[in-house]
Design a protein around this ligand. Structure first.
Ligand SMILES: Cc1cc2nc3c(=O)[nH]c(=O)nc-3n(C[C@H](O)[C@H](O)[C@H](O)COP(=O)(O)O)c2cc1C
Length: 397
């Protein structure tokens, strides 16, 4: 079990001066209501999407353990964004990550959404195609991962079907004729998400996965209508948005983006122009929210200090987006409060703190101590490091 978390630990881990408050009046903005599209939030402490790789195998089906995990993290009027969920087997990149392309998966997710709703919470499904960040052992007939262009990530490792690290394979560049099929996979997944009882969906356009690979020119070297100028590189994301909006309505669709993010060996020659255009297009579609990942945090939760020199995307892109902006990455309550009060974001999503503090909003509200999660149990495994972090209520028993 993790150690008791103290404010000085957060200072050390996040690399800045953070004071854990003990007053419940400290965060008036964080605890004020917010309307994000059709989502009525009673507070602005959002649970960020977190891959935990604990679905039932084979089949990538959410199971009772996952129901309990989400139930613990639901709160009255709170918003949860689910772990990234593959729209197809081709879009799978990690063993144990859940899917939303079979009836069994829909049934598994139904139990999750019912548990969250029973506590008065709302939950969105994050729709995911990993593109090149995958391994052939995860695919039918050992097919190669697919990507906009045949370029492998130069850093990091793939995970095989049996949870082993392996070098990335050079992906197969998608044919132009295959792209409408990918849009259809997103549409079908959005329909299944409705059947599973979700409140809406978040399109995962961040962190170096397929849609981000199309957006950024480090990974997209195509010369057809989906490569070259920004309008072309944004085409797939916007077609996916339109397909999913057609299913749910724009007020129940959000999108996650990571300008300046390097996870997955990503780079773009002009992030301001690229993401400025994308956010302007998303504004025109009146989506429920845009969710920006700050590049100051390391790869998928590595306990590295915050990079204080990194660009602040919420500040750079705030004016480019007309709707509700959610910011994520390296926040504790104080900075979240300051960020909302300063007008840089409307809400903040918390990742690692939600792993170790299932009742995070209540802890922020009451000034209760926080725990820091054990990275060794982030991905795969049992209830250890997953559903055994106590809430204030269970700790008192
Ligand atoms: C274990 C783990 C799994 C993650 N899985 C996802 C994911 O499925 N989808 C996603 O968009 N981001 C994912 N992220 C990124 C988080 O949503 C979040 O942006 C990141 O942890 C930074 O926020 P934090 O400093 O509050 O933890 C993951 C991060 C961690 C630590």
């Amino acid at each position: 079990m993790t150690e008791r978390f103290r404010s000085c630990d957060l200072d050390r881990i996040l690399g800045r001066n953070t004071v854990i408050s003990t007053s419940m009046t400290e965060y008036p903005n964080l605890f004020s209501p917010l309307q994000a599209g059709a989502f009525s939030l009673k507070h602005r402490v959002i649970m960020a999407p977190l891959t935990r790789m604990r679905s039932a195998l084979p089949g990538d089906v959410p199971r009772a353990l996952n129901v309990e995990y989400y139930r613990q993290r639901a709160s009255e009027g709170g918003l949860i964004v689910s772990e990234a969920t593959q729209i197809s087997l081709q879009g799978k990149g990690y063993p144990g990550a859940p899917g939303i392309h079979t009836d069994a998966q829909v049934e598994g997710w139904q139990a999750v959404t019912e548990a969250v709703h029973a506590k008065g919470g709302q939950i969105l499904l994050q729709l995911w195609h990993v593109g090149r960040n995958s391994h052939s052992s995860l695919h039918p007939d050992d097919g190669l991962p697919v990507a906009p262009s045949a370029i492998a990530p130069r850093i990091g490792k793939a995970l095989t079907a049996d949870f082993q690290q392996a070098d990335y394979e050079t992906p197969r560049a998608l044919e132009l004729t295959e792209l409408p099929g990918i849009v259809e996979q997103y549409r079908a997944a959005a329909i299944r998400a409705q059947a599973a009882g979700f409140d809406g969906v978040e399109i995962h356009g961040a962190n170096g996965y397929l849609l981000d690979q199309f957006l950024e020119d480090g990974t997209n070297h195509r010369t057809d209508a989906y490569g070259g100028p920004i309008e072309n590189r944004a085409r797939l994301l916007l077609q996916v948005m339109d397909a999913v909006i057609g299913v749910w309505g724009a007020e129940r669709v959000g999108v996650r983006l990571s300008p300046y993010g390097h996870f997955g060996d990503m780079q773009d020659s002009d992030p301001v122009a690229l993401f400025g255009y994308v956010l302007q297009q998303l504004s025109a579609r009146s989506v429920a929210y845009a969710h920006l990942v700050e590049p100051r945090v390391g790869n998928a939760g590595a306990d590295v200090p915050i990079d204080e020199t990194a660009k602040r995307t919420a500040r750079i892109f705030r004016d480019a987006f007309a709707g509700v902006l959610i910011s994520a990455g390296g926040y504790a309550a104080e900075e979240a409060e300051r960020t909302i009060a300063g007008g840089y974001a409307d809400a903040v999503a918390f990742g690692r703190l939600f792993i170790a503090n299932p009742d995070l909003p209540e802890r922020f509200r009451s000034g209760a101590p926080l725990k820091w999660p054990d990275r060794a149990s982030f991905y795969g495994g049992t209830e250890v490091g997953y559903t055994d972090y106590p809430s204030l209520e269970t700790a008192d028993r």
